[in-house]
Design a protein around this ligand. Structure first.
Ligand code: NAD
Length: 475
């Protein structure tokens, strides 16, 4: 059985679903493939209007969905509401993208017509994490369906309630609900999804993502994976330290740092003292606690294991000579709460400065120059998001050229993305095509080149054949 519990009230069960076995995944794939044929053959307007209707249904259920996100994954209410709005925006965007051009016309090599046309890949296998329990399933489902595919959705067990509710809203507006199959489960269910899909879109940790990429690629499946980050924020001395500190602590700590694009390291260029003081103040001022309270910025971490991971990371930092400037402890009482933690004086070579700790942990690093800050920023196996905070346009543009990150943010937090722009990273953060924006059409379709010749008089055809293919002379 797959059961989710509230991180702030762990005794409170939120949702439960029967785990899908490998055999059930195979059967669901068969039903989805059968339904996909008429879905792909229907006019694109039909897919567009189905997705618009899902957008309206999500909008009508906004308050209920936001409450579910708050209780199931502990996301603070303002961000939970924002996630619902983002899901609606994604659905509206891809409803329109269903009507976008799907090919181009080329000069033919002789009389006739030569064109390309994108067609659905068939069955999309979608494996999603718990931290954006509505928006990530939607940013995969909406384009997969818009471009005529069927989908198998394997959500994270911790967010099964959100996935069940979102799937219901989709199913009510699809001409055949078999087009979308929800498959609750863990690793075994996910592996079965990889086995049966034509294209696999994964979002989650880098360890699991690399294994998914390996098995999908070795089976010849198309695959994309969006994974973790170790995202730096560079602060130049010309910027106001209070403003930068508030922005960076927000990017690092809101939703308890549980975003792939959360800032993990802040790199102070030059004298770090003003920035350090401003960061301490900003972290201390962050309102944290009950995620349903409107003012809360930092809620709980997802589960007891995430709390343990934070405790272990703080112990590791202390043993390596790191100074805990703020936080560093669990809180008393009910719920998986860990205080927002700021650490200084840890060597940049330390593993904590290179790997992703998925929680409210921010490291303060130092660099004497922009050049050295950029080298430090890039010194991790990841490359998802990076920010630079400065009033110097030349420095900002140099950073935009040199930062090894898919998402580069100037005077704005590492977190956040627009639905209409490509999303993804470099190095160990991503594999394959970008997601969202127009990039999604490429992933969920394959391009076909079609050469057309009109009917021709039989004698012309004969003249063009090679002598060996003439009647009576063929082998
Ligand atoms: P996770 O890797 O533990 O799980 C992700 C999904 O993979 C879940 O549905 C899980 O059940 C499934 N899974 C686990 N083992 C599998 C296997 N062997 N085969 C197939 N599927 C399997 O990640 P999580 O804890 O749910 O999410 C947090 C992680 O996601 C963080 O590392 C975060 O950075 C990352 N993330 C990345 C992005 C991005 O766009 N780059 C966005 C959000 C979260």
């Amino acid at each position: 059985m797959i059961i989710s519990y509230s991180p702030q009230r762990p005794e409170h069960q939120i949702a439960a679903a029967q785990e899908a076995s490998a055999h059930e995944v195979a059967e669901a794939a068969h039903r989805a493939r059968r339904a996909q044929r008429s879905w792909a053959a229907a006019p694109a307007e039909q897919r567009a209007s189905a997705l618009s209707a899902v957008a309206d249904a999500v909008a009508a259920a906004s308050a209920e969905l936001a409450d579910l996100v708050i209780t199931e994954v502990g996301k603070p209410s303002a961000e939970a509401t924002g996630e619902v709005q983002r899901s609606i925006a994604l659905l509206k965007y891809y409803a329109q993208q269903a009507l976008d051009p799907v090919g181009s016309v080329h000069e033919p090599t002789g009389p006739g017509l030569l064109y390309t046309r994108r067609r659905p890949v068939g069955l999309a296998g979608l494996i999603t994490p718990w931290n954006f329990p509505l928006a990530i399933p939607v940013w995969k489902l909406a384009p997969a369906l818009a471009f005529g595919n069927a989908a198998l959705l394997k959500p994270a067990p911790q967010a099964i309630g959100c996935a069940m509710r979102m799937t219901e809203l989709f199913a009510a507006h699809l001409p055949d609900p078999e087009i979308l199959q929800l498959l609750p489960g863990g690793a075994a269910t996910g592996s079965a999804v990889v086995e049966h899909a034509d294209a696999v879109s994964f979002t989650g940790s880098d360890t699991v993502g690399k294994a998914v990429v390996r098995s999908a690629a070795s089976a010849g499946r198309r695959v994309q994976a969006e994974m973790g980050g170790q995202n730096p924020a560079i602060v130049l001395p010309d910027t106001d330290p209070e403003t930068a500190a508030r922005m960076i602590t927000g990017a690092a700590m809101t939703f308890a740092g549980q975003k792939c694009t959360a800032t993990r390291r802040v790199i102070a260029v030059g004298d770090p003292r003003d920035l350090q003081d401003a960061l301490i103040t900003a972290v201390n001022e962050l309102p944290w606690g009950d995620p349903s309270a409107p003012a809360t910025a930092v809620g709980p971490v997802i589960d007891a294991r995430a709390c343990d991971t934070m405790s272990e990371a703080v112990d590791e930092a202390r043993h390596a000579g790191g100074r805990i400037l703020v936080g560093g402890h669990r809180t008393e009482g009910v719920g998986h709460f860990f205080s927002p933690t700021l650490v200084d004086s840890l060597s940049p070579e330390h593993p904590l400065a290179r790997r992703e700790v998925f929680g409210p942990l921010l490291l303060l690093q130092h660099a004497p120059s922009l050049d050295e800050a950029l080298t430090l920023a890039n010194a991790t196996p990841f490359g998802l998001a990076a920010s630079i905070h400065t009033n110097d346009l030349t420095a900002a543009l140099e950073a935009a050229d040199r930062l090894e990150a898919g998402q580069i943010r100037i005077n704005t937090p590492t977190t956040g993305a627009a639905v209409h722009t490509p999303f993804g990273g470099m190095k160990g953060s991503s594999y394959g095509e970008r997601e969202q924006g127009k990039a999604a059409q490429h992933f969920y379709t394959s391009v076909h080149t079609v050469a057309v010749r009109g009917p021709q008089p039989p004698d012309t055809v004969q003249q063009r054949q090679s002598p060996s293919s003439k009647p009576g002379r063929s082998a």
